[in-house]
Design a binder for this molecule. Structure first.
Ligand SMILES: [Zn+2]
Ligand SMILES: [Zn+2]
Length: 290
């Protein structure tokens, strides 16, 4: 799974751009949040958007959603035929319908509103977060992979594809005098897990969702703003403490306020509590492995 950080700032626009993350895996593309300017930033980086299969929005604050009507209208202009899956909070469907009707646009491709989605072995599910309005985070999980040790079977003189197929399906197979136990020939590779919080104060729902993730992308709006939590946001060190508790493999600081021209102090502060922290730099990418 490759994570492209398209825009990583929060609130007002800055050089970091507004929140948007593109997740790509084996031909599947999923966009998480779509702040204003997202389509422009995707174009600048030749990421294209005709391949996007689904867009999930965390909440209806403008910095996360105002790029979406424009993105969908451009998809229409480019002659898209492929269905687009959309997930998000209440109001998103009406927001899009109003925008389309007032700008005289009607998509010539299907829009399907979903609460969760599985595409090509990648599962997207939502969980509530602790923000000032209805808000969700998203968990992206790859299905575990089962591999059959065909080489070992071949070495033992077994190459009949029907036997291989049965073993892969977990069935015990009789082969002459022998009984072949699938457990001996199968190995499981755990799929990777990525969690994106959207905007949130430190939150029990996030603690539950993030458990054991390979990458946590967490709201890190502030360095030391005393009212951060009342605003429904986190400080970089809150994100680090949550990462420590949930034993994630890596933490990306995200949704950094435009008041910070330099993100280094947020990074240093977070690393005091969780060393595997990095700043989600705009237009960078990160490869996630389980
Ligand atoms: Zn925001
Ligand atoms: Zn917000």
């Amino acid at each position: 799974m490759r994570i492209y950080f398209i825009g990583t700032g929060g609130g007002a626009p800055s050089f970091r751009g507004l929140p948007s993350i593109l997740v790509k895996r084996e031909g599947i593309s999923i966009l998480l949040d779509c702040g204003e300017g997202t389509q422009w930033r995707l174009m600048q980086h030749s990421l294209g958007f005709s391949s996007i299969d689904a867009v999930f929005i965390t909440h209806m604050h403008g910095d996360h959603v105002l790029g979406l009507p424009g993105l969908i209208e451009t998809m229409g202009l480019l002659g898209r035929k492929k269905k687009l899956y959309l997930g998000g909070p209440r109001g998103m469907k009406e927001f899009l319908e109003y925008s389309f009707s007032l700008t005289h646009f009607s998509p010539q491709f299907d829009l399907e509103f979903v609460s969760s989605l599985e595409l090509g072995g990648l599962l997207v599910t939502a969980f509530p977060t602790c923000h000032v309005i209805e808000s969700y985070g998203y968990i992206l999980t790859e299905r575990d992979r089962v591999n059959l040790d065909a080489e070992r079977l071949r070495a033992e003189g077994i190459s009949d594809w029907r036997i291989l197929k049965s073993l892969k399906e977990g069935q015990v197979v009789k082969y002459g005098e022998r009984t072949l136990d699938p457990e001996e020939y199968l190995s499981k590779r755990r799929g990777a897990k990525v969690v994106y919080t959207g905007d949130t104060a430190p939150c029990d729902y996030v603690l539950r969702a993030a458990e054991g993730a390979d990458l946590l992308i967490h709201d890190s709006t502030f360095l030391d703003e005393p009212e951060a939590h009342q605003f429904g946001h986190s400080r970089a060190k809150d994100a680090a403490l949550i990462s420590q508790r949930t034993k994630v493999k890596a933490l990306a600081l995200f949704h950094i306020s435009s008041r910070y021209a330099d993100s280094a102090p947020l990074l240093y502060d977070a690393r005091r509590f969780f060393s595997r922290t990095f700043v989600a730099e705009p237009l960078s990418f990160y490869d996630v492995k389980a």
